[in-house]
Design a protein around this ligand. Structure first.
Ligand code: ZN
Length: 135
């Protein structure tokens, strides 16, 4: 256990709905009402068409691992957690998230694996969306 404080999300006007939902165990993903594309991370303007006409959608919670790495040497705040998996996962909502894969041995993780979200409590304003293999 490290005595170094872990970095934590600092919700702002754009990301506050996302982080508030994590405390309820809900994954929200933005989408653009004009070009209909999914958007992640949260922001105030669509990165594809520059529209400010955005909305929040309840995500399915499912994803597929696009790629990953196994961390063996971590920054001090995470040193007690190695080895762990950091992955890019593709959601059916059309967005890619950087996350951690939990709930299995690191050697069992593979590209194309079906995963599902869970939330790791962190602070009183945010829980972190991690993913575990679908049983
Ligand atoms: Zn758009």
């Amino acid at each position: 256990m490290s005595d170094i404080e872990r970095p934590a999300p600092q919700p702002d006007a754009d990301s506050a709905p996302f982080w508030a939902a994590t405390l309820e165990g809900v994954l929200l993903v933005q989408s653009c009402l004009d070009c209909e594309r999914g958007i992640y991370y949260p922001r105030s303007v669509c990165p594809f068409c520059m529209s400010e006409n955005l909305t929040w959608n309840l995500a399915s919670g499912r994803a597929i691992i696009n790629t990953f790495t196994i961390v063996h040497k971590a920054p001090p705040a995470f040193a007690g957690e190695v080895p762990y998996v950091v992955a890019l996962v593709d959601l059916p909502e059309g967005v890619r998230m950087l996350t951690r894969i939990v709930g299995c041995e690191v050697g069992d993780v593979h590209i194309g694996m079906d995963v599902e979200v869970e939330f790791s409590p962190l602070t009183d304003v945010a829980a972190l969306p991690y993913f575990h293999p679908v049983a």
